[in-house]
Ligand binder design. Structure first.
Ligand SMILES: Cc1cc2nc3c(=O)[nH]c(=O)nc-3n(C[C@H](O)[C@H](O)[C@H](O)COP(=O)(O)O)c2cc1C
Length: 344
């Protein structure tokens, strides 16, 4: 089953909170948090999507031909694609209860690994929201990245240990979850984290540690100084703060600040392999995709997740061939036109 078929299937589900729109741009679900939308006016989500669309590709087919290679080396592993699934939790309120956290994570890992990438896995209030994904991870030899919420330090330490025991290739923390006020109202608050706390998590992890939810060069530099292996330039799909810039707008300044000293992922509104190309051109090493992977997993399981990954990677390869980039390293800012870089 491909992505299109999986999406149509989810539309026939009863109680599926996501509308599974043909174009997943945040307009129909504005303000639906809980749900799948962006917080408040939903501008964080809609702007992510819109600003990527404004970047254009520079076609140039006058070059010595050759095979296009979409391979990325990261987390000490070689992946056939720079496209990864983003962590998606709170499945019952955002989608429905047809997949447990374990089943969802298994579909995501199995499918993305088959497609040549892998997935970041979610965390949540109930123990099973972390343990389920970890079980799926252990079954896949640790080939995924558990993403721990910024809970109290003791709980984070415990979860880092559990992730390591499952053999994870890396560990992430969505520090921007501090904006998920719902967690506090459910009795389990999350907090902003100081750079020295992040440094302690990095040390405890002892494997690549990625800080997810970075939107400024200053925050990226703090993560770098704390010893993070990488960052995810992300506004949590617009779910934690209204009125942020789009992630693609802040990416160039963040790349300029940290250079090649850390790995840079980006997410938010990335829907095609052409979008992936734009993100790599403006400074990312790899990308994460959230909502569409969730639709693929709910509608078509691992098969649709794999098919979607292959579809995106094919589109990325097409963009590379048509712009004269035979490897990911050849994709640079000269291959896109972009007039909205924020000078931040
Ligand atoms: C329903 C839903 C649940 C999410 N849960 C998590 C989570 O548990 N941890 C996390 O780091 N990010 C979470 N995110 C954010 C995604 O990882 C990602 O940053 C965002 O969805 C990317 O934008 P996109 O959906 O437009 O691709 C969630 C997003 C959605 C839509």
């Amino acid at each position: 089953m491909n992505y299109h078929e999986a999406r149509l299937k989810t539309r026939s589900f009863e109680n599926f909170s996501c509308r599974s729109c043909e174009i997943c741009n945040g307009i129909a679900c504005r303000g639906e948090v809980p749900g799948v939308g962006g917080k408040g006016t939903g501008s964080g989500f809609t702007r992510n999507f819109a600003k990527i669309k404004e970047v254009m590709l520079q076609m140039d087919t006058l070059y010595e031909g050759g095979a296009v290679d979409t391979t990325l080396e990261i987390f000490g592993r070689v992946f056939k694609t720079p496209i990864f699934a983003a962590p998606v939790g709170g499945l019952t309120s955002a989608y429905n209860d047809s997949l447990s956290d374990y089943e969802y994570s298994r579909a995501i890992l199995e499918g993305t690994l088959k497609g040549g990438g892998t997935g970041f896995l979610a965390d949540g209030i109930a123990p099973e929201q972390f343990e389920g994904p970890l079980r799926a991870l252990a079954e896949k030899g640790g080939m995924g990245i558990p993403t721990i919420k910024p809970w109290e330090e003791e709980e984070v330490f415990e979860k880092i240990t559990r992730a390591r025991e499952a053999g994870a290739i890396g560990i992430a923390m969505d520090v921007d979850a501090a904006g998920l006020t719902l967690l506090a109202s459910l009795g389990k608050p999350v907090h902003p984290k100081s750079p020295s706390e992040i440094a302690r998590f990095v040390e405890k992890a002892g494997i690549p540690f990625v800080v997810k939810g970075i939107m400024t060069p200053g925050a990226a530099l703090k993560a770098l100084e704390a010893g993070a292996y990488g960052i995810v330039v992300s506004n949590h799909g617009g779910r934690v703060l209204d009125h942020t810039p789009a992630t693609i707008e802040v990416l160039p300044a963040i790349k300029a600040a940290v250079g090649d000293r850390m790995k840079i992922f980006i997410d938010g509104g990335i829907r095609t392999g052409y979008d992936v190309f734009k993100c790599l051109a403006l400074g990312a090493d790899g990308v994460l995709i959230g909502r569409p992977y969730a639709i693929a997993a709910f509608g078509g399981g691992a098969e649709a997740v794999a098919s979607y990954t292959q579809q995106l990677t094919g589109e990325l390869a097409d963009a590379m061939r048509m712009t004269g980039a035979l490897s990911l390293k050849d994709i640079d800012a000269g291959k896109v036109i972009c007039d909205h870089r924020l000078d931040i």
